[in-house]
Design a protein around this ligand. Sequence first.
Ligand SMILES: *Cc1c(COP(=O)(O)O)cnc(C)c1O
Length: 216
Amino acid sequence: MGLTDIRTRIEDACTRAGRKPADVALIAISKVQPNERVKAVLDEGHRLFGENTVQEAEGKWPDFRARYDGVEVHLVGPLQSNKARRAVEIFDAIHSVDRPKIARTIARLAQEIGHCPDLFLQVNTGEEPQKAGVLPDETDAFVAECRALDLPVRGLMCIPPVEETPSLHFALLAKLAARNDLSGLSMGMSGDFEEAIAQGATHVRVGSAIFGERVY
Ligand SMILES: *Cc1c(COP(=O)(O)O)cnc(C)c1O
């Protein structure tokens, strides 16, 4: 485990899939990890990170951004309306745009603030009642609505049901993205990023396999 090992596994997965490693961004998910582990990964030269909450990112990243050039931080966890302004201000991308209401809020805030993070629309591919995201059937309409709001929609994101074969969900997300002319696919975590790459992932979100287990 560790950054070097994950990079090697990404390269191997790309080779098997006939893809270029440069076309797969590795987002190191640093949520809950102690700062010294995050610093170690920064010191290895990695610059792209993901966080689960606005609050944790606000506490951790201003300092690291001041000390390291070129840091990019993406929000991958659920976004509440009352945190949306800060999210638009501090993140380079948001992967969890999961409902029309939050899309409209982001559009309004982006107008006021004068810039907008790259956006990924979250799809609930497993149609799980407790999980965020629009349903597969609603995806085309949601993409169209976000585009009508002039939002910078880069792609789709999913978190497959734990007990199901992730590849089927990755393939479904890839199909939904392709028919909406979206090139970005945010899918794959520590346990399944190689399968995600095989299905076309452009952004894999890997936490514990880089940093070690999260201790809550
Ligand atoms: C925590 C988290 C990850 C990383 O999970 P690991 O299993 O530690 O790789 C990826 N995506 C999202 C949305 C997460 O919340």
